[in-house]
Ligand binder design. Structure first.
Ligand SMILES: NC(=O)c1ccc[n+]([C@@H]2O[C@H](COP(=O)([O-])OP(=O)(O)OC[C@H]3O[C@@H](n4cnc5c(N)ncnc54)[C@H](OP(=O)(O)O)[C@@H]3O)[C@@H](O)[C@H]2O)c1
Length: 228
């Protein structure tokens, strides 16, 4: 079989970027998507250029961008084997704390963006009998005080479960990746003892490396002794 084609949203930084590096090491061809095209182009060049990795500008809240991203993957490599809906960001806690416009963009990115990535890539995943992964969060497993971000990640948890149930019988696998604190630009100041992005990338590669009859449904990874 040709090398797997691995599409990642939010590949310009943090967990997505680390996953792209790990997947490249594993021999995958990469479709790197985010809004900052220059960063993606640098990463794609570093990972081997157009034969091995392409950069696609995609704002995940825009359906046209999402469709163009999937089309670019198929144009370049003819298939999508893994789609990782990872783009997202947070907001300060407190229902009086954050700017309502920031909330709007966060909800659209974290919730609608993930749904649109599923929708855009599913036809190709059906074709390849591929693997869908979503970045949820520990915050999508327990409510955090005053956190609308946490509510968006509960939605992602539900979306992963909903997709898994819908896709039963297709052979497509669905995995929720649920990180605790990770040292990325997600935080202005990452908490002491946070995980490294590569720790999460390793979990992603574990899930996609299983044989076809094994569907790793969820991987929740906290830093040792993170309590919430
Ligand atoms: N860091 C943590 O502690 C932690 C814990 C649990 C879950 N997570 C989740 O992990 C995922 C990745 O975050 P990270 O920690 O790796 O943070 P990060 O380094 O800030 O990466 C976020 C990525 O999302 C992309 N993105 C944001 N809005 C986008 C949009 N509208 N369209 C396309 N791409 C967009 C960013 O790229 P551009 O700006 O170039 O578009 C960037 O590549 C997020 O879903 C986050 O909620 C993080």
């Amino acid at each position: 079989m040709a090398d797997r084609v691995f599409l990642i949203t939010g590949a310009s930084s943090g967990i997505g970027e680390a996953t792209a590096r790990r997947a490249a090491e594993a021999g995958d061809r990469l479709v790197l998507a985010a809004r900052r095209l220059e960063r993606l182009e640098e990463l794609a060049a570093e990972l081997g250029g157009p034969e091995r990795a392409i950069a696609v500008r995609c704002d995940v809240t825009e359906w046209d961008d999402q469709q163009a991203m999937a089309a670019a993957a198929l144009d370049a490599y003819g298939r999508i084997d893994v789609a990782f809906a990872n783009a997202g960001f947070g907001a300060p806690r407190g229902f009086e704390a954050s700017d309502p416009e920031h909330w709007r963009t966060m909800v659209l990115t974290n919730v609608l963006g993930a749904a649109l990535t599923i929708r855009a890539t599913l036809p190709a995943l059906r074709e390849s009998v591929g693997h869908l992964l979503l970045t949820g969060s520990v915050a999508g497993r327990r409510a955090l005080p005053g956190s609308l971000y946490s509510a968006t990640k509960w939605a992602v948890t539900a979306m992963g479960e909903a997709a898994r149930q819908e896709l039963e019988g297709t052979g497509i696998r669905v995995t929720l990746i649920e990180p605790g604190s990770v040292r990325t630009p997600f935080f202005d100041r990452p908490p002491a003892g946070a995980l490294e992005p590569d720790d999460i990338a390793e979990a992603v590669l574990y899930a996609v490396g299983q044989p076809p009859h094994v569907d790793v449904n969820e991987i929740l990874v906290r830093p040792t002794a993170q309590s919430n």
